[in-house]
Design a protein around this ligand. Structure first.
Ligand code: FE2
Length: 329
């Protein structure tokens, strides 16, 4: 039976590369695991990867920093909008202090009956921390944030829709979702299994214009689901096509995983991803050296010097002051 094994990764279009690194590594304490480039198109743009301790599926945030190319997106409806991340139960007060100490404004929000912490990426993308009891995914503790607070991984994705019905129908009938919960303008479904890192939340938004789908700073680009293996990925795509969702892309080799992409009725771009047989993140760097090299796809390796000359260097924070800060909060 075709199935979805939770989420795989989240990909965002952000602004400045160094600002993005400083935010995810320096402020959120995530692990920097890969520096490469956007594989599509002809413009060299960084592709930066961040994760929890293990870098396992459902724990990875990736970004394309578009500031150098001057591309700015527009947030709106019919678009993924919220990056929902799982943090340990009882950690929100710590995160409020930590984020505020770095000048990041926070807001307590109530969603589906529980308190969450909302804040924005420097490019404007909405983040929410959701407390999860007994999340087995292990946070990265060498970045200045202790294990009792460190980010477990993805909780899910919030998608703004003008009208939720078509997306609920798609998720419920064609995308292995269930457990619908609803409160006010927010509807949550859980996609596939296991029951962790797999929430899709539809936020009814009838006041804003549709947001952009192309690349551009300040917008979500896509949300990837873990297909486990290529056979299952092909079956999921085949079944979606049989229902009428025939716009899934061809299979693209991203070095670390292989993926199809499809636009959903809610406007969000979904990716059907399979971690590469030959080791995923560690296929070209050892576990100890993840993120220390600049990795290029084979078709661009011959232009390495030219590409490096076009991209501003980024420095990965080592966090000595953050570690001190952590113990004083
Ligand atoms: Fe992706």
């Amino acid at each position: 039976m075709p199935h979805i094994n939770g989420s795989h990764h989240v990909t965002l279009s952000v602004g400045d590369a160094q600002e993005d690194v400083d935010f995810h590594v320096g402020v959120l304490g995530m692990r920097f695991i890969k520096k490469t480039v956007l594989f599509d198109g002809g413009l060299p743009i960084y592709h930066l990867y961040y994760s929890n301790a293990a870098g396992d599926p459902s724990s990875v945030i990736t970004t394309f920093p578009w500031k150098q190319a001057g591309l700015v997106g527009r947030r709106g409806t019919n678009q993924a909008r919220e990056n929902l991340l799982s943090v340990p139960a009882g950690s929100l007060d710590y995160w409020t202090k930590r984020l505020n100490s770095f000048g990041v404004e926070t807001k307590d929000v109530d969603a589906l009956g529980t308190r969450r912490l909302a804040f924005d990426h420097p490019s404007g993308i909405n983040y929410q921390f959701v407390e999860v009891e007994n999340d087995p995914r292990v946070g990265w503790t060498e970045g200045g944030v202790g294990g009792e607070h460190a980010i477990h991984g993805i909780y899910g994705v919030g998608i703004h829709v003008q009208n939720p019905e078509n997306m609920v129908e798609f998720l419920d009938q064609s995308f292995y979702a269930g457990r619908l919960r609803e409160e006010g303008e927010r509807v949550q479904l859980a996609v596939g299994s296991p029951e962790i890192g797999n929430a899709v939340e539809l936020v009814v938004n009838r006041t804003e214009e549709p947001g952009t789908w192309r690349y551009g700073s300040g917008t979500f680009h896509h949300f990837a689901w873990n297909m486990d293996n290529l056979e299952n990925q092909a079956e999921v795509k085949f079944d979606l096509e049989g229902i009428g969702y025939t716009d899934a892309s061809d299979l693209k080799d991203r070095t670390y995983f292989k993926s199809n992409y499809m636009r959903t009725p809610g406007g969000a771009l979904f990716e059907l991803a399979v971690t590469h047989d030959e080791g995923g993140w560690t296929c070209d760097e050892s576990p100890e050296e993840l993120g220390t090299q600049f990795m290029l796809p084979p078709h661009w390796e011959g232009k390495r010097d030219e590409i490096m000359a076009k991209l501003d260097p980024v420095t990965i924070p080592t966090n000595p002051t953050d570690a001190t800060r952590d113990t004083t909060l």
